[in-house]
Each structure stands twice: as structure tokens, then as C-alpha cells.
Design a protein around this ligand. Structure first.
Ligand code: URP
Ligand code: ZN
Ligand code: ZN
Length: 476
């Protein structure tokens, strides 16, 4: 047997279940051995004093997504996956967005063409359904699920994207029949339009009013409705980017009835608030995302959801637009209302350090839950486990080595994305990923890019859902 390609020596490994001292032998991109005194290797990485964790899996990111207007997303597959690697991630799941009238199969082909040869970390794709025609529902979608596109997002809001309840039911019905998972953006579209019109009539057009145009009740009502629709069809659902207690309680209530309803929250709901949207001039536009950041009580609720397991996954919802750019947030210069500020904020590289620092270092969650929330549960829920999301013999050698004591002031310059700002500029964190390895190849070490563009590959996924709203499963 040839020697290991790489041995990671002297570190403390943490998985979603255990923490232990052990070396890792890597051969042909896969974890070949866990043990001590592993013998010769072409490359030895000294991880003494460091944590050795499964690479982050970010199951909610938007890259190179068409917007349907003059705005342009700040990250393509190259810059987005590069930034992901700087933040300790080894796999990301962006969305293939179907445009109205477009064949879903064609949209998938277009995304593969954009990703091919450009990625630093591995990728797999969810679908976004905007046009659930009989052909899409009857032919294309079942065939795509069969091919490994086993999760799809539906929107209950956004111009041109929102589905009616009937359309949601039809999509959920396909998910049930095929064993796919439906991800729901839960906000009430008509209520948001009504409130937006009213705010504008009152001259309340600054970015701050993005929050009041989408209050908690708008999200809570839609969360309740999404879960009810899933119950009618009898299919599991994932409620994404949950921002507050009332929505979380809808999810918890469903879970306590034994329903397979998953919840996701994101960094912006832990460390930002509505006050961040209240900056001078248009500065608040930097924080416009949906649902909007809320208040401190909502932050506490989101922490409780992470602690209790109501939320199984912690994702970035990375949806980057440049700030000082007519194709980005300041598009609104000529159109003076918050209505025109593109929704979404960057966060692919800051997700893990923020949760590590605010969660693990401050004692809100332990290290094993951190791994579950940022990697293992994503792999399990979206059909990548056990190849991804853990450190085990036979798994891909997707590893992030962390310095748990390093103090870093977040600045956009560290993140290597395509945007021109980070909403977390100046935030002090403790703990930082110092090395990211994807299938045994080091991509980032000590803030330097060493891995090649194109190493990141598309990963085929399995179905993990039964297609039924049965008892909550395996996630931690
Ligand atoms: O504001 C957000 N979250 N933009 C990204 C698209 C979405 O709704 O996830
Ligand atoms: Zn969304
Ligand atoms: Zn999103």
C-alpha cells in the first residue's frame, strides 16, 4: 500500500458526536485511517493545539443567480466558492433558479456550465421553482429528482417568484411522490405589498422601512401556512432563514406533534438587528435581506432554536450584492424606496466564525453541536452523508483546521468574495479556520489561496426523505 498522501497530526478532532485526539491518514482524497503513529506521508500537516473539524457545508447560498432586473449578484462560482473556502467550508449548495417559462432541465444545464471548472469547493444544487407548469411537475421535476436534484425551494413572496397556495400544494405533491425535500421561504406576499404601499404613501422609504414592511407576523403566518400545506400533502418541509420566536414556535409545535418539519436560521438573525438598517444615507441597504434582522428578543429565540434542535441547520443565505454599485444595493439611488434595494447580504465566509465565536466560545452551544449545525446535519438532510459532513474512514477528506483561540476583527479584505463590503465589518471574533482541505487538497492555508480553481466538483446527492411527514429523523 502506498504511503498516505497527507497525514494531519496532533490535532483534536470533533464530529457531531465526539471529540477525540487522533491523527488522520488521507489517501486519494478520502480519509483512509484514523489513529496514531500513522507512518510516512508525502505531506504532514501539524495540527497541534488546533481543532480538526469536518469542513463546513453551507446548504443555503445564492451564486450567479439571475435577478430578472438590472442588478447583478456579486458572486459567481469562482468568487463564491473561493470565499467559502476562506471561511472553512468544503461544500456549498447553491440554487438553480428556474426563470419563468424556462425548462428546469435547461436551467440545470446552464448552472452546470457556470460552475464547471470554476469552483474551489464542492457544490451540489437545489432547484428554485418559479413556474410549476404541468410539464415541469409531471415530467421534468421527477426526472431531476431521480438524477440527484433532491431538494427544491419555493417562495411565498417576491415579485415574479411567489407561488400560490395551490401551486405550493402541487409542488409538495411531487416531492411526496419522489421523496424530495421542499424548502420554503415563508413570508406573506400580499401583506408585504400592502404594507410597502402604505409605507411609501407615508413617505417612509428609507432602507430602515424594509423591516416594518415585513414584520414578524408576516413570517409567522406564512410559516404556519407552509406547515399546514405540508400537513395536507403529508410531506416533509424545511422552513429556511427563520428570524424570530413566533415562527420558530410554529416549527417546534409541528415537530412536537411528530411532524418532519425542519428549521434553518442564519448569522444575520443572531448578530444583526433592525437598527442596522437605520444607517446614514443609504448605509442601511447593506443589511436589507428577507426576512429582515429583528430585535434582541428574536436573537435570543434563534439561539434557543439552535440549542434545542428546533433548527437543524445553520446556513448563511449568502445572497451578495455590491453596495457602491448601480447594479447592486445603490441601484435604489434613482428609485428612492427600500422596495428597490436588492434583497440579500453576503455571509458565506463569516457564517462559521460567527457561530464558533458567539456560540462555542461564549458557551451557548458545544463544539459537537457546532459541527452538527454547520456540517453534519446539512449532509444528512440533503443526501450527502456519510461521504460529506463527518470525519470517518471512507468519508471525503473535507476538513477545516481551526485555531480556537485566534482573535480576528472581521474585515471585508479577509473574505475574498466578489462583494465590496461585509455586514459584519469590525466585529471581533475568537476562533478562525486556518486551513481548508477539499478531498485531501489544501485550498486555503493561513489566509492564502493555495488550491486550484476547478478542484471543486459537482456532488451527486441521494434522496434522504421518505416523502412522508413521518417522525423527525436522524438530525441532531
Ligand atoms: O434576502 C434574501 N434572503 N435574499 C436571498 C433570497 C432568499 O430569499 O433566500
Ligand atoms: Zn428565501
Ligand atoms: Zn436564500
Amino acid at each position: 500500500m502506498k504511503p498516505f498522501d497527507t497525514v494531519i497530526r496532533g490535532g483534536t478532532i470533533a464530529t457531531a458526536a465526539d471529540t477525540f485526539r487522533c491523527d488522520i491518514g488521507i489517501r486519494d482524497g478520502v480519509i483512509a485511517t484514523l489513529g496514531h503513529d500513522l507512518g510516512p506521508a508525502e505531506q504532514v500537516i501539524d495540527a497541534s493545539g488546533k481543532l480538526v473539524l469536518p469542513g463546513g457545508i453551507d446548504s443555503h447560498v445564492h451564486l450567479a443567480q439571475p435577478t430578472g432586473d438590472e442588478t447583478v449578484m456579486a458572486d459567481d462560482f469562482e468568487t463564491g466558492t473561493r470565499s467559502a473556502a476562506f471561511g472553512g467550508n468544503t461544500t456549498v449548495l447553491p440554487f438553480v433558479m428556474q426563470q419563468k417559462g424556462q425548462s428546469l432541465r435547461q436551467a440545470v444545464a446552464d448552472y452546470h456550465a457556470l460552475a464547471e471548472g470554476n469552483c474551489y469547493v464542492d457544490v451540489s444544487f437545489h432547484l428554485i421553482l418559479t413556474d410549476p407548469t404541468p410539464n415541469v411537475l409531471g415530467q421534468e421535476l421527477p426526472a431531476l429528482v431521480e438524477d440527484g436534484y433532491t431538494s427544491f425551494k419555493v417562495f411565498m413572496t417576491y415579485e415574479g417568484l411567489a407561488l400560490s397556495d395551490r401551486e405550493m400544494l402541487e409542488v409538495m405533491d411531487v416531492a411526496r411522490a419522489t421523496g424530495a425535500l421542499v424548502m420554503v421561504h415563508a413570508e406573506n406576499y400580499d401583506a408585504i405589498r400592502f404594507l410597502t404601499d402604505r409605507l411609501e404613501r407615508a413617505g417612509k422609504t428609507a432602507p430602515y422601512y424594509h423591516g416594518p414592511s415585513r414584520p414578524i407576523v408576516v413570517e409567522r403566518e406564512a410559516t404556519h401556512r407552509a406547515i399546514s400545506l405540508a400537513e395536507i400533502v403529508d410531506v416533509p418541509v424545511m422552513i429556511v432563514h427563520v428570524s424570530n420566536r413566533e415562527s420558530m414556535e410554529e416549527i417546534r409545535r409541528a415537530q412536537s406533534k411528530g411532524l418532519k418539519v425542519y428549521g434553518e436560521t442564519c448569522p444575520q438573525y443572531l448578530v444583526l438587528t433592525e437598527n442596522d438598517l437605520d444607517g446614514l444615507n443609504m448605509e442601511g441597504a447593506k443589511y436589507v435581506c428577507s426576512p429582515p434582522p429583528r430585535d434582541e428578543a428574536s436573537q435570543i429565540a434563534c439561539w434557543e432554536g439552535l440549542q434545542s434542535g428546533t433548527f437543524s441547520v445553520f446556513s448563511s443565505d449568502h445572497s451578495p450584492f455590491r453596495y457602491n454599485d448601480p447594479q447592486g444595493k445603490l441601484r435604489a439611488k434613482g428609485r428612492t424606496s427600500f422596495r428597490w434595494v436588492p434583497n440579500g447580504i453576503p455571509g458565506i465566509a463569516t457564517r462559521l466564525p460567527i457561530l464558533f465565536s458567539e456560540g462555542v466560545v461564549k458557551g451557548r452551544i458545544d463544539l459537537n453541536r457546532f459541527v452538527a449545525l454547520t456540517s453534519t446535519n446539512h449532509a444528512k438532510i440533503y443526501g450527502l452523508y456519510p461521504r460529506k459532513g463527518t470525519i470517518a474512514v471512507g468519508a471525503d477528506a473535507d476538513i477545516a483546521i481551526w485555531d480556537p483561540e485566534r482573535e480576528v476583527t472581521i474585515s471585508h479584505a479577509l473574505l475574498k468574495d466578489g462583494s465590496d463590503y461585509t455586514p459584519y465589518e469590525g466585529m471581533r471574533v475568537t476562533g478562525w479556520p486556518v486551513l481548508t482541505t477539499v478531498r485531501g487538497r489544501t485550498i486555503v492555508v493561513e489566509g492564502s489561496l493555495v488550491g486550484g480553481k476547478g478542484h471543486g466538483a459537482y456532488v451527486q446527492r441521494q434522496r434522504t426523505s421518505t416523502g412522508r411527514l413521518a417522525r423527525k429523523g436522524y438530525e441532531q
